[in-house]
Design a protein around this ligand. Structure first.
Ligand SMILES: [Zn+2]
Length: 90
């Protein structure tokens, strides 16, 4: 038995950005989640991105308080991601 986890998975900044919604939804596997944490711990840009994204999603939560465990529509997610991608370019 014993699954070998000898290698450390690494994510690029782009991969972190792509996975941020899954991360916040607790939708990543352990390995990817770990890699995500690892990346944001050492990457200021992505750490800030995560904080901003979380704040935005939090605001959306408040907006639709009737459903605590929110489900952003795919369209909303895409627009959020696109907006954050734009803001990162500046
Ligand atoms: Zn990064």
């Amino acid at each position: 038995m014993g699954k070998a986890v000898a290698f450390v998975k690494r994510l690029s900044c782009a991969e972190v950005v792509e996975r941020v919604t899954a991360y916040l939804d607790d939708d990543l596997g352990d390995e990817t989640r770990h890699a995500f944490d690892d990346h944001t711990a050492g990457c200021e840009g992505c750490a800030r991105y995560l904080i901003q994204f979380r704040a935005t999603v939090g605001a959306l939560h408040d907006f639709s308080a009737s459903s605590p465990r929110q489900d952003l529509s795919p369209g909303t997610r895409r627009r959020l991601l696109a907006a954050f991608r734009e803001s990162r370019r500046r």
